[in-house]
Ligand binder design. Structure first.
Ligand SMILES: Cc1ncc(COP(=O)(O)O)c(C=O)c1O
Length: 451
């Protein structure tokens, strides 16, 4: 939160001054008191005032004019700027209502994480200062293997696990290791749009494949592009529709991949969050033909700023992946990797997931209730961290108006390539912490898009 009274004293003072500038109480060109005088006035040290001034000079709010003193910069625009969300001292802004792709930031056990990291930091040896394994630290890879065995029924060796800085880095590693320009890739339609430019950069051609109630229509893929080299999909909860890939389709997909020597890329980014029924096993757990590359991430289960994801690659491909990985050694700092390994090994990760499953089920219910109270039609989904609300009319225009009002809803149409179908708005519920909050946000949405 943007609490002016937290953090070191100089930062508190910097925030107070910045807020006064934003509110127009301190006008551009106004001279500030000399630091010695101001320090006496406030009962703080002169160094505190100097540090606060220094920070605001660095941010452009104040300027020094030599002997003449410190002044509010001429360039700042007071008044209207105060209506913008207030960013203090390098802190991130709060999530926008409905913002997708974020876990519940308020529920992550930050103090526990800091303790685990602090312990690692204090017990570092000089060897921890050197470059680690280019594929990621063994301790973390081993912890991931244990977790996958226990939670996802995937049996693999630590050597098969590659640590990356996120899904984009994972995809780059896969395509650079196994792909070549001109190869084709099946993509779910509708599907996650942000990954498409990266795939295009590698010279790989998209083959959109429609999605129905059983997930990706494998038969359609085989009909339109049987020779594709890759199929990228989200079998646990299709992103964004939330359906699970049915068991017959999982087998059909694996048969196709084995027959064609194609690669299935299983993006399992949010599979932990399922609220009803028993999850189907991941495609990777059925992968006798060794054609599946499994991509996981800690962005949802932990937090996105961790920038840590992983791949599980078939054993015969380990050497090729290792060679490619060595060209750009693992980008996740060793300290973070080791902290994460401790966090997992000590059971904190598992406990956190268990807690989050309950919270997300509750938060989803709150948003669903608030939307249905207003007469909206929410698509049933068994899991995931986002939901789809059907709308009539131009969903792109609705999403645009929402964005203008800082409501981070997305249009289902913007996730489509060739497919036609229902219009909808995609939204996340992860950061909605009460029914009242859900109702308030939905009322804001109604004001913007109507009913
Ligand atoms: C479909 C999908 N896959 C993967 C990811 C994970 O991305 P990253 O690990 O880079 O945070 C996301 C994040 O929003 C996603 O929506």
């Amino acid at each position: 939160m943007n609490d002016v009274s937290s953090g070191p004293r100089y930062q508190q003072l910097a925030r107070q001054l910045k807020s006064a500038i934003e509110q127009g109480e301190l006008q551009p060109g106004k001279r500030l008191p000399a630091s010695r005088v101001y320090a006496q006035e406030l009962g703080v040290s002169r160094a505190t005032v100097e540090a606060a001034y220094g920070e605001l000079v660095a941010q452009g709010w104040l300027e020094r004019r030599g002997q003449a003193g410190t002044f509010v910069s001429e360039g700042v625009v007071p008044g209207p700027a105060a209506a913008e969300p207030v960013w203090y001292g390098g802190e991130q802004p709060e999530p926008q209502p409905f913002q997708m792709g974020l876990p519940a930031l308020d529920l992550f056990p930050r103090a526990l994480w800091a303790r685990v990291m602090g312990r690692r930091l204090r017990t570092q040896t000089r060897f921890d200062l050197a470059l680690g394994d280019v594929c990621g630290e063994m301790a973390l890879r081993t912890a991931i293997v244990e977790y996958l065995r226990f939670s996802r029924s995937i049996e693999c060796l630590p050597e098969q696990v590659f640590i990356t800085t996120g899904f984009a880095a994972s995809m780059t590693l896969i395509l650079q290791t196994l792909g070549k320009p001109g190869d084709k890739i099946w993509l779910e339609d509708p599907g996650f749009p942000l990954i498409r430019p990266l795939i295009a950069r590698q010279g790989i051609t998209f083959c959109p494949v429609p999605v129905d109630d059983e997930g990706l229509c494998v038969e359609e893929g085989i009909k339109s592009a049987p020779e594709a080299r890759f199929a990228l999909l989200t079998p646990a909860h299709q992103s964004p529709l939330g359906v699970a890939l049915s068991l017959p389709r999982r087998h059909q997909l694996l048969d196709w991949a084995a027959h064609q020597d194609a690669w299935v890329i299983e993006d399992d980014y949010d599979s932990e969050f399922r609220y009803q029924g028993k999850p189907l096993p991941p495609v990777k757990s059925l992968d006798a033909p060794q054609r599946v590359i499994y991509a996981g991430t800690f962005s949802k289960a932990m937090f996105p700023a961790l920038r840590t994801a992983w791949l599980v690659v078939p054993l015969p491909q380990v050497a090729a992946f290792r060679e490619q990985a060595s060209l750009a050694a693992c980008g996740v700092p060793l300290l973070w990797q080791m902290t994460l390994a401790d966090f997992m090994r000590e059971g904190h990760f598992w406990r956190h997931l268990k807690k989050m499953r309950q919270h997300y089920a509750q938060r989803r219910k709150w948003l669903e209730q608030a939307l249905t109270e207003q007469g909206f039609d929410v698509k049933p989904q068994q899991g995931g961290i986002q939901l789809v609300m059907a709308v009539e009319g131009d969903d792109r225009e609705m999403a645009r108006r929402g964005r203008e009002a800082r409501l981070a809803v997305q249009a289902l149409s913007d996730w489509r390539m060739n497919s036609f179908g229902e219009k909808g708005l995609l939204m996340s519920f992860t950061n909605i912490s009460s029914l009242a909050m859900a109702q308030q946000q939905v009322r804001m949405l109604v004001n913007i898009i109507g009913k």
